[in-house]
Write a protein that binds this ligand. Structure first.
Ligand code: FAD
Length: 444
């Protein structure tokens, strides 16, 4: 058996490592376009901001370690084409410039996603950055350390753009954020939460341009202004963070089923519509526990989990991934926020009969130092009161409380059960009725 995996980061390497452990006989082959494997891009904003300096800390394993474990690894090799009829790949050795063919018995596609380049004029100016690869991170880190770079313009207020705000502020920069929509993180959090996060940005003097369509960058060689439909704002550096697109164009010659954005559709085993071909990670959809249809939620959490399941299945098993809840979180200056399950916007678009509550309580007792507000939103079925979604925001302990809500949704708890759930209490950590209990009790 020759099992080939295309892409050697979160999904691909989770699969390769699992498969190698389970099947000592098969040939496990990985083709990776970049010079790195097992690279944790999630660390990039903090590397850029100088929270740590050794980029090797973002690499979980080296190519040498993987080769020593018995994986046939080819870095700096790009798969140009998959020919399913003959189970053949066409591959370019990017260093030598040569092209070769390889043959697979089963295949996994784990090619991830790339930054979207939106239709904005002059994106090729020299001080325009994206943040996805190690090379992107190094270039942005270096550029932000130039003393002449004082004003940073960030286009896109999703997770990556906003994590970059913290990096730029940590380096003492003036920051302006441009968002096409009327609020930040619109696809992730409901308005009650984003209002609090926006207030935090403003409290840290981040200029927020909402409903703001960037049409062009202006400058000779370097961008000096971000041009929107209404104004021109001077900048010394631009970061584009307008989302990602699955790296699946090299499959255009096949009839593999994909969503409109190019994400490969997979089932709970990670199988695609092509026989013997699996996929996982940012290049693919992920089964969703509540939506009943595959979703595109490009996160390291799902890439690792479905990647490992695919590794099991490449070894001949039939493991299933029960599904994601889209649990995700962000630290934004001194605030943190997490979400899990369905947002209200999602429940509404699914036509569900739902109710919501939004409460503001405290993270702990007032007599122990460090008490902070903690706001919780619950989305639940109007009839059964079973929890559908939750969002928590505050300065302390919001994200770990979101994890409690993820378990509650997974276990199909009702709001009444949440209200009585036996959560920990000691003065530094909570009050006798945890904020989660309070939210559950309010949600009738
Ligand atoms: P990728 O990591 O994109 O890896 C795919 C690999 O495939 C790439 O190395 C690419 O070179 C290679 N490849 C592509 N095409 C080919 C080809 N044709 N031939 C050979 N190789 C190819 N997620 C979270 O859950 N939490 C976070 O806090 C978080 N923070 C993030 C911060 C940043 C700045 C970024 C960029 C991402 C963050 N993510 C986070 C998302 C997370 O990094 C991704 O979900 C995860 O990396 C996906 O893994 P993957 O293996 O699917 O794809």
């Amino acid at each position: 058996m020759r099992i080939i995996i295309i892409g050697g980061i979160a999904a691909g390497m989770s699969a390769a490592a699992k498969l190698r452990r389970l099947d000592k006989e098969a040939e496990v082959v990985v083709y990776e376009k970049s010079p790195h494997v097992s690279f944790g891009a999630c660390g990039l904003p903090y590397y850029v901001g100088g929270f740590f300096d050794n980029e090797a800390q973002m690499l979980a394993r080296t190519p040498q370690q993987l080769i020593a474990s018995g994986i046939e690894l080819y870095i700096e090799h790009e798969v140009l084409q998959v020919i399913p009829e003959t189970k053949t790949l066409q591959i370019k050795d990017l260093k030598a410039g040569t092209i070769k063919e390889d043959h697979y018995d089963t295949l996994m596609i784990a090619t991830g996603a790339s930054s979207i380049m939106p239709p904005i004029e002059n994106l090729n100016l020299k001080n325009v950055h994206t943040l996805r690869s190690m090379a992107d991170g190094k270039a942005l880190r270096e550029a932000l350390r130039k003393p002449e770079v004082k004003r940073v313009g960030i286009i896109g207020a999703g997770f990556i753009g906003l994590e970059a705000v913290e990096a730029a502020k940590a380096l003492g920069k003036e920051v302006a954020v441009f968002q096409l929509e009327d609020r930040i993180l619109k696809e992730v959090f409901d308005q009650e939460v984003t209002e609090l996060l926006e207030a935090e940005l403003k409290a840290h003097d981040v200029a927020l341009y909402l409903n703001s369509k960037v049409t062009a960058l202006r400058g000779e060689g370097y961008a000096t202004h971000i041009v929107t439909e209404n104004e021109e704002i001077p900048v010394d550096l631009v970061l584009l963070a307008t989302g990602v697109r699955p790296n699946t164009a090299f499959l255009d010659n096949t009839d593999i089923e994909r969503l409109r954005n190019g994400a490969i559709v997979v089932d709970q085993e990670g199988k695609t519509s092509l026989p013997g071909v699996y996929a996982a990670g940012d290049c693919a959809t992920v089964p969703h526990l509540l939506k009943g249809e595959p979703a595109y939620i490009p996160l390291a959490t799902s890439a690792n989990k479905l990647g490992r399941i695919v590794g099991e299945n490449l070894a001949g098993n039939h493991e299933v991934f029960e599904g994601t809840l889209g649990s995700s979180c962000i630290k934004l200056m001194n605030m943190e926020a997490g979400r899990t399950g369905l947002s209200e916007a999602e429940a509404e678009s699914m036509g569900l009969d739902y109710k919501t509550v939004f409460i503001t309580d405290k993270n702990q007792t007032d007599y122990y130092p460090g008490q902070e507000d903690l706001s919780i939103k619950l989305i639940y079925d109007a009839n059964t009161k079973i929890l559908l979604g939750g969002q928590v925001v505050g300065r302390k302990d919001a994200v770990q409380r979101t994890n409690v809500l993820a378990v509650a949704i997974y276990a199909r708890l009702t709001t009444k059960q949440l209200g009585m759930l036996d959560l920990c209490y000691a003065p530094p950590f909570a009050r006798t009725w945890d904020a989660i209990n309070i939210a559950g009790n309010v949600a009738k």
